[in-house]
Structures are given as C-alpha cells and as structure tokens.
Design a protein around this ligand. Structure first.
Ligand SMILES: N[C@@H](CCC(=O)N[C@@H](CS)C(=O)NCC(=O)O)C(=O)O
Length: 282
C-alpha cells in the first residue's frame, strides 16, 4: 500500500489535529508542506483543485481526496488498523461525540486572530484578498472557489477586529474549560478510560493556547493542566510535531523550497548592484 500523503503546514491548528490522529492511530504518512503564508500555495490552481476551500489540510489516500480536518480525523479513525480512536462503549462514545462537536463549533481561527496584532492580521488578510482577486481573474474556471474564499477572508477580517466577537470567544472557551476541568477530575481521558479523537482535538487546542501565550487559561484549572501535561508526555506529542511555541526547524524545508530561489535572486541583484556601484565610483 502506498503511504498516505498529507498536504499541510507545521504550525496550523487543523494540520496538527490530523497529524496527531495519524500518529496515535499508528498510520504511516508523508507530509507535503504547503505554504499558506507569503507565496500562498494553497491558492494556486493545482491545490484548489484538490481542496476547493483553499485550506490545509488535505489527505490523499490513493484516489481518495479528503478535506476538512474533522472529516479527515474520522476517516483515519475508521479506515485503518490500530488503536480505536472512537470508543466502542456507548457512554464513552457519546462523550467523545459531544466534545468533538463542541471543538468544531468553536472557531479557533477567530481566537487566534483576536490574540495577535490586529494591524499585522489586517495587512495579512488584505494581501490574501488581493492575491485571490488576481487568481479569480487569471483562472476563470476556478472563479467560484476564489470568490467564496474572498468572502470567507473578508468576513474573517471584519469579525477578528470586533471586540464583542473576541469577548464571546473567550467566554465560550472559559465555560468549556470549566466543564473539562470537572470531567478530568474523574477520569484520565475526555471520553472516559480510553484515549479518543476528543483527546486529539483538545490536546491540539490546548497547544494552540500555549502558542498564543494564553497558558493562564489552562493553569487556572488544575485537572485540565494535569491532563495537558499527560498528553504532552505521550510520544505522539513530539512525533506529530505539535506547536506549543514557534519552532523554526520544521519550517526550514518549506522556507528553502519556496523562499530559496527568491533569496538567491535577491542576493544576485545585491552583488550585481554592488559591482556596478564600484565601477561607477572607480
Ligand atoms: N474547516 C477546515 C478549516 C481549515 C483551515 O482554516 N485551515 C487554515 C490553517 S489551520 C488555512 O489553511 N488557512 C489558510 C487560508 O485560509 O488562507 C478544517 O478543519 O480543515
């Protein structure tokens, strides 16, 4: 059987969830890093044909292409041999589904954007919309996809700059964390006695809070904190390259591929200009 191919990028929240699910399931896969930053590979036509929403992650299993992290995690749990990430005990399964759906309803993108510099995110989103408009013109066969993405980005920009939205996000999260803290006082995992997809999602969500320097939200809840520490101690945490802080190492191959050629041209131009300048002066 051919290895699965996961189009993703190291720090992305949704990518981390899928990587962790694959590692916990014990399924071999290859990463294909996709730049969602300066070169926006996720907007290039080849990628939009794979993932019409223009986002990472995308999982390719032979001829099957699966998009959306929540769908992919379920696919991983249901299609491969390995530990059952969906509990068989009905009560545990219900609990897993409850916390799975809750994570799906919390828009962590907004939480992320609300926690970082507004000017920077505003500029980044503006550049993305500009690029999408140019692509929509250049590739009319994908105009519907690009226009939907422009709408998504424009909505995100408006919402991420709205203090009322940020306040509600935080209040929702605090409420869920209180409930999780109570639950984890009684059992080792979110579903109960066994590790499940709910633990995959919430481990990554807690990791994102560390990344955003919001650990206080976790530290204020002792059972949640102890749970987070247990999840971090699992071998899968490192194997899936989770991102509690920015790490340059995993990004280097991507930087080298997408920025390397540009750096080479820029260096060539600087050296060339230096010699022209020297000739003019001599
Ligand atoms: N619902 C999707 C959301 C995916 C998503 O928003 N991915 C982000 C990274 S976590 C992305 O690709 N952002 C780039 C962009 O929107 O331009 C999923 O769960 O897979």
């Amino acid at each position: 059987m051919k290895d699965l191919l996961l189009y993703n990028i190291p720090p992305s929240l949704c990518s981390q969830k899928v990587r962790l699910a694959l590692v916990e399931k014990g399924v071999a896969f290859k990463n294909r890093w996709v730049d969602i930053g300066p070169t926006a590979e996720n907007y290039q036509p080849w990628y939009v044909k794979l993932n019409p929403k223009c986002v990472v992650p995308t999982l390719v299993d032979g001829d099957t292409v699966i998009t959306d992290s929540f769908v992919i995690m379920r696919y991983v749990a249901e299609h491969f041999e390995g530990p059952a990430l969906i509990p068989t005990d009905p009560a545990e399964r219900d609990r897993m589904e409850h916390w799975y759906a809750l994570a799906e309803s919390l828009d962590f993108r907004l939480f992320t954007f609300a926690s970082v510099n507004k000017r920077m995110t505003g500029f980044g989103l503006k550049m993305k919309v500009k690029k999408l408009r140019a692509y929509a013109k250049k590739y009319p066969q994908l105009r519907t996809e690009y226009e939907a993405k422009i709408q998504d980005m424009t909505g995100l920009k408006a919402q991420s700059h709205d203090p009322a939205v940020a306040q509600k996000q935080r209040a929702d999260l605090e409420r869920e964390f209180d409930a999780l803290n109570e639950l984890l006082a009684q059992q080792p995992f979110i579903a109960g006695a066994t590790y499940s997809l709910a633990d995959v999602i919430w481990t990554v969500s807690l990791t994102r809070l560390s990344f955003l320097k919001q650990d206080a939200l976790i530290e204020a809840r002792p059972h949640l904190l102890a749970y987070y520490q247990r999840m971090q101690a699992r071998p899968s945490y490192e194997a899936a390259t989770l991102y509690p802080r920015f790490m340059i190492g995993p990004m280097l191959p991507l930087f080298a591929r997408v920025l390397g050629p540009r750096l080479l041209v820029a260096t060539g131009m600087i050296v060339g200009l230096f010699y022209v300048w020297k000739m003019v002066l001599s």
